[in-house]
Design a protein around this ligand. Structure first.
Ligand code: PLP
Length: 382
């Protein structure tokens, strides 16, 4: 089994036909897995729970204390009371997104999502026979109210807001959210708000969709522990949904996973109710790495990168390199040992961009940037 360090950063793995660099490593900047260990007090809480015998089926909707802790956090975000009865604990926010979309959509329903967007949404929509309708953003990759409204048809059921956004690192402001909210209300659309990067807001301008009262009866809110607490492997997430919608999703979730790992839920409880210093340290470190990655990318030939405002991704424009984004990503992997993702994997308007995650060590980020620099100066676009 590869070491955790290898999985997070550089690995010694070598696939047939891939000419990775002489030191046989791949700089893995393609995925969003924080390179930090889960904070010690969270791990200790899980291990104490197991030692204390919490090794049986927990309640289907989630441990009551954890649901209360989540409701408190959501109440704080919303500025209005959120009841623990509206909270469903899920196996990662992925399961919450899956339950939300599957519970409310029928085949043929249309769902608006910004282009580019996190690819999971379209994958799930395609699986259930619903239609992802990509809506272009402005030049600065901000939501465009008019384009959103023009994309609505009589089959449109739902709009997805991921804020702060993967892959662009954009943080939507309150006015933008309000504009989307107004459209949702006037066209009677549901809103799926995925706020898994809510702590990774470097601008201090993040507003939760929970804080928009006009959305309260149509909001399918999802969040999780993976990014904020470096807990990707624990598979712990949650949903906050209003009454009638909660019931559909609850039934689906119970069929899907019956309940969520008991010790992971104790870890989640410790994460929410314990000290938050580790979160602040990780966010500060991501902020430093953000500066390193943006400065490094802007020094590469043909690359320009706006400073991302949230999450932990850089989404540089690579049009002037002459490379198509996906061809660049695969050549960088094969010939330079750098793993990144071509923008078109997030929507057609992702062409001309690539996504790099800076949830990796500064050393690995710098190594990846060096390799990209060497590659782009020595190789002609394919
Ligand atoms: N939502 C977004 C926008 C993500 O980027 C990710 C993971 O990268 C997820 C959800 C899934 O997170 P989880 O680990 O909670 O399933």
């Amino acid at each position: 089994m590869p070491s955790q360090a290898a999985l997070r950063g550089f690995s010694r793995e070598r696939s047939a036909g891939i000419a990775v660099p002489a030191d046989h490593t791949i700089a893995r900047l393609h995925f969003g897995d924080p390179c930090f260990a889960t904070p010690r007090h969270i791990v200790d809480a899980a291990s104490a729970a197991m030692n204390d015998g919490y090794t049986h089926y927990p309640p289907s909707y989630g441990d009551p204390d954890l649901r209360t802790a989540i409701a408190n956090r959501a109440t704080h975000r919303a500025g209005r009371p959120i009841e623990s009865a509206e909270v469903l604990v899920t196996a990662g926010s992925t399961a919450a997104i899956y339950c939300a979309l599957t519970a409310v959509l029928d085949p043929g329903d249309e769902v608006l999502l910004f282009d580019p967007s996190y690819s999971l949404y379209a994958t799930i929509l395609n699986q259930i026979g619903a239609r992802p309708v990509y809506v272009g953003m402005t030049e600065q990759l901000r939501p465009d109210r008019d384009r959103l409204e023009r994309a609505i048809t009589d089959r449109t059921r739902l709009v997805i807001i991921n804020n702060p956004a993967n892959p662009t690192g954009v943080v939507f402001n309150k006015a933008e959210l309000r504009a989307i909210g107004q459209i949702a209300v006037s066209h009677d659309l549901l809103v799926l708000a995925d706020e898994i990067y809510d702590e990774l807001d470097f601008t201090g301008t993040f507003t939760s969709c929970l804080a928009l009262p006009e959305l309260s009866d149509r909001l399918l809110y999802v969040n999780g522990f993976s990014k904020t607490y470096a807990m990707t492997g624990w598979r712990l997430g949650y949903a906050v949904w209003p009454g009638k919608l909660y019931d559909y999703a609850r039934k689906l979730a119970v069929n899907l996973h019956s309940c969520v790992n008991a010790s992971a839920q104790y870890a989640g409880l410790a994460a929410l109710t314990g000290p938050q210093d580790a979160v602040h340290k990780m966010v500060a470190e991501f902020d430093r790495r953000r500066a390193v990655v943006v400065a490094g990318l802007n020094r590469l030939p043909g690359v320009s990168c706006a400073t991302p405002k949230g999450a932990f991704y850089a989404f540089p424009n690579v049009k002037r390199t002459g490379w198509k984004a996906k061809a660049l990503a695969s050549s960088l992997l094969e010939d330079a040992g750098v793993a990144i993702i071509g923008g078109p994997d997030f929507g057609v308007l992702g062409e001309g961009y690539v996504r790099l995650s800076y949830a990796n060590s500064t050393e690995n980020i710098l190594k990846a940037l060096d390799r990209m620099g060497e590659f782009l100066t020595s190789r002609k676009a394919a």
